[in-house]
Design a protein around this ligand. Structure first.
Ligand code: FUL
Length: 483
């Protein structure tokens, strides 16, 4: 992802759309199925009873890694590096490594703050655009090895991944392709080698990595030349070294950027995408942003959106922003516009120069957790499944009689995304007598759609699916009281 207006020049065009691993996975699955079906039919039997035959034109579904990624719902982003010590957002690569001197760095403090606030994964900027590496890489001396931190013996990627594992969180890494320090940057094949070596170090020396985060920012190198990234090579490397990791970038292949840094997914948000809509990370244009925000109901790949936003105005810590940390109300709103719109929230909380998350930020995380805990404390459906009735090829109704009147203010609607995403338009209604009242309506549902409305007393509720792009499956409903 990139805020291109701040970049010098425009992004180079990627020569052609790379065949993504997601494409491969879907294709292989389908080919695999067809091949086994042909063999089985040839042998005079079908591989499954007829009623269980997969739909011939099956729509995309998530891989196990994409499902896991989505179920985590909350991940914490950690921007930390030389910018923390210069108070810049984008370093120029000329920073002296000796400025990197966090006096009290404690990754366990970061991870505990995340875990106790309900976050299940974390992503660290192993290298940002300034090129300073938080691990002792063989590729450059522009790293922690030249810093006074831990007497030059430190490895922050190691401390971070160890802390995640110790606290039971999944670890992810962001290694910026744009590198303003590497002398070879802009000398494309040469820099590709350097960058691939960096990825190889990160993906072989630190155990399982759950998400690899690729930024699309693409400025000039020290020689004034622009780099043409070999995305196929980078992504192929991740697939080979960490086959279970999801790969994030504007262009996926597994997870896409949501198109803004405000914490707001599209009100319509498909997890399916047309892979040609965003041909390479950093592609620009209104149509690109719209595709990122909304996905595509006719998309041929499963590529759900990740919503990244910072708890502060900047991605890196700046003391003069201590009074501008997002409030608990802001964070709860962001939860509703990200997780509650079929996305995953990647919330950035940057450590201070001491190497610790700031007390204010930790308190806001805890406040967010408490507030969400209060909202979702008790599902008033008592987890009863609604009755699901198809009313047409692309329509249906999920209805639930609660057996008693309750006051609700939040509906939690879910499709079984293991079967794909289908709902394109719905109305949510409640009744406390004979007549039905509309409480909310919307377009997509997907993994999770959270609707808030004025407190209303209901005994029965229903979701009417008015349109879908495939046979809609049963819809799950959760109901929550006003807080
Ligand atoms: C952007 C970068 O340019 C910012 O510095 C930050 O890392 C953000 C998450 O992605 O594209």
């Amino acid at each position: 992802m990139t805020k291109t207006p701040e970049l010098p020049g425009s992004s180079p065009r990627h020569p052609s759309r790379p065949a993504t691993a997601s494409d491969h996975r879907v294709a292989v699955t389908r080919r695999g199925f067809l091949a086994s079906a042909v063999v089985a039919v040839g042998a005079g039997r079908l591989p499954w009873p007829l009623a269980m035959q997969p739909h011939p034109a099956r729509r995309p579904v998530p891989s196990p890694s994409q499902l896991l990624w989505q179920h985590d719902e909350l991940a914490l982003f950690v921007h930390f590096g030389v910018n923390t010590f210069t108070s810049r957002e984008w370093g120029d690569g000329r920073e002296d490594p000796s400025i990197f001197a966090p006096a009290a760095l404690d990754t366990r403090q970061w991870v505990r703050a995340a875990r106790t606030a309900g976050f299940r994964a974390m992503i660290l900027t192993a290298k940002h655009h300034d090129g300073f590496c938080l691990w002792p890489t063989r590729t450059t001396t522009h790293s922690v090895a030249r810093s006074p931190w831990r007497d030059g013996e430190g490895d922050l990627v190691r401390e971070f991944t160890d802390a995640c594992r110790a606290e039971g969180l999944r670890a992810g890494l962001y290694c910026s392709p744009w590198d303003r320090n590497a002398p070879s940057y802009g000398d494309s094949p040469r820099y590709d080698d350097v960058y691939s070596t960096q990825l190889t170090e990160l993906l072989t020396n630190y155990g399982p990595i759950h998400e690899v985060w690729f930024d699309g920012a693409n400025g000039e190198g020290p020689n004034g030349r622009r780099q043409v990234y070999d995305w196929d090579r980078y992504w192929g490397l991740v697939r080979r070294l960490q086959p279970e990791a999801v790969i994030f970038s504007d262009a996926g292949p597994d997870v896409r950027w949501i198109g803004n840094e405000r914490g707001v997914a599209g009100e319509t948000n498909w997890s399916t995408m047309d892979p040609d809509a965003v041909p390479f990370p950093g592609a620009t244009g209104d149509h690109v942003i719209r595709a990122l925000q909304e996905g595509d109901p006719a998309g041929t790949v499963w590529r759900p959106g990740e919503t990244d936003v910072s708890i502060r105005p900047g991605w890196f810590y700046h003391a003069d922003q201590d009074a501008r940390v997002k409030s608990v109300d802001d964070l709860v709103d962001i939860y509703f516009t990200s997780v509650g719109r079929n996305s995953k929230l990647l919330l950035n909380v940057p450590p201070t120069r001491d190497g610790l998350l700031h007390d204010t930020d930790v308190a806001r995380l805890a406040g967010m957790h408490t507030r969400l805990g209060a909202i979702f404390e008790r599902d008033l459906t008592d987890r009863r499944a609604p009755a699901w009735r198809r009313t047409g090829e692309r329509t249906g109704v999920a209805e639930l009689d609660l057996g008693r009147a309750v006051t609700i203010a939040v509906a939690d609607l879910r499709e079984d995304i293991e079967q794909g995403q289908a709902v394109a338009r719905y109305v949510f209604e409640g009744s406390n007598g004979d007549s039905w009242q509309t409480l909310s309506n919307g377009t997509t549902i997907g993994y999770r759609k959270l609707d808030r409305f004025a407190p209303t007393r209901v005994r029965r509720v229903r979701v009417i699916v008015d349109d879908a792009v495939d046979v809609p499956g049963p819809i799950r409903i959760g109901l929550y009281a006003p807080v």
